[in-house]
Design a protein around this ligand. Structure first.
Ligand code: ZN
Length: 308
């Protein structure tokens, strides 16, 4: 099995069979070992762990935050790990989230700023909590009748009080693909957006549309952005990307090559780069790639090493 992408190693056993078990959940909430993670707007609670381990998810015992839990109401049961149960709470409606029992609990940071320095499992816990918080925030009303919804099943369902519809947590699929030609010293297709720092290039990406297969989405996005045709699509790996609601699905896409015709609305420039040229351009810093945190970098690095 390949190493996990950043944010992608399961942090907890989700134990979905327990989500509807009110008695079991009450027991876990009363357990002094159960822990609460905090989400506040676009930020997550982290602590600075000692040594070279880097930042780690910040948590407080659920029992120490019972007043907070009562006020805010909606908790999400994330799962169990190491004999502990993990819950999360969204404090976005507070202007000052780290007061009272949360004073000194850690600092609130954007996951993208610290995720690269965390283990894939620690990052996963925060990605999971943030994705759930965003879903709850955006589904307070029923998409069918407009009625208010309430959280059920330990935060894994919102039920409409008007029509009774049940709404489940969602994630939006996005494809990210490194297009490459085949053969000796083959080339890959890298693109850049006008807003990126000078010299920064990455793999192409786009959202999957309704009624579309993943491989069709890969071929369509590449065609739309660069005018390049794709022959075959090979799955690589995936990464939860809760910024705000996606999962990134990574692919290699083989292409016969051809002239690039950039759609300037989406990307500013795209270019075929041979493996040997890219290695030189990286050494001389003429070209910069996205950080190792991103699946885009993983795709490019694996292609450079010819590990597909
Ligand atoms: Zn409804």
């Amino acid at each position: 099995m390949k190493p996990h992408n950043a944010l992608a190693e399961p942090a907890v056993d989700r134990r979905s069979e327990r989500r509807g078990d009110a008695e079991w959940l009450a027991g876990r909430l009363a357990d002094s070992g159960s822990l609460l993670t905090i989400v506040w707007r676009e930020r997550s609670l982290v602590i600075d762990a000692y040594g070279d381990r880097g930042p780690a998810p910040g948590t407080v015992p659920v029992t120490a935050a019972s007043a907070l839990v009562e006020q805010s109401g909606e908790l999400v049961y994330l799962g169990d790990a190491g004999g502990r149960s993990y819950f999360s709470i969204d404090l976005s409606d507070r202007d000052e989230p780290l007061t009272g029992s949360l004073r000194g609990a850690g600092r609130l940071v954007e996951l993208r700023q610290v995720g690269a320095a965390m283990s894939a499992a620690d990052g996963n816990l925060l990605a999971y909590a943030r994705a759930m918080a965003t879903w709850h925030r955006r589904h307070r009303f029923c998409g069918r009748c407009g009625g208010p919804t309430t959280s059920r099943n330990a935060g894994h369902l919102r039920a409409c009080s008007g029509c009774g519809a049940e709404h489940f947590p969602r994630t939006d699929p996005a494809v990210i693909m490194l297009v490459h030609t085949t053969g000796r010293d083959n080339a890959c297709l890298l693109g850049r957006q006008a807003s990126w720092p000078p010299g920064m290039f990455s793999a192409l990406a786009g959202f999957v549309e309704p009624g579309e297969s993943l491989e069709s989405a890969v071929a369509r996005e590449v065609q739309e952005e660069t005018g390049i045709a794709v022959d075959s699509v090979e799955y690589h790996s995936s990464q939860p990307w809760p910024f705000p609601t996606s999962i990134m699905l990574g692919f290699f896409a083989a292409s016969p090559g051809g002239d690039v015709q950039v759609d300037s609305e989406e990307i500013e420039h795209a270019v075929w780069v041979r493996r040997s040229e890219l290695e030189v351009a990286l050494r001389t810093r003429e070209v910069r790639l996205p950080p190792p945190f991103s699946i885009a970098r993983r795709l490019i690095d694996d292609w450079l090493r010819d590990e597909r």
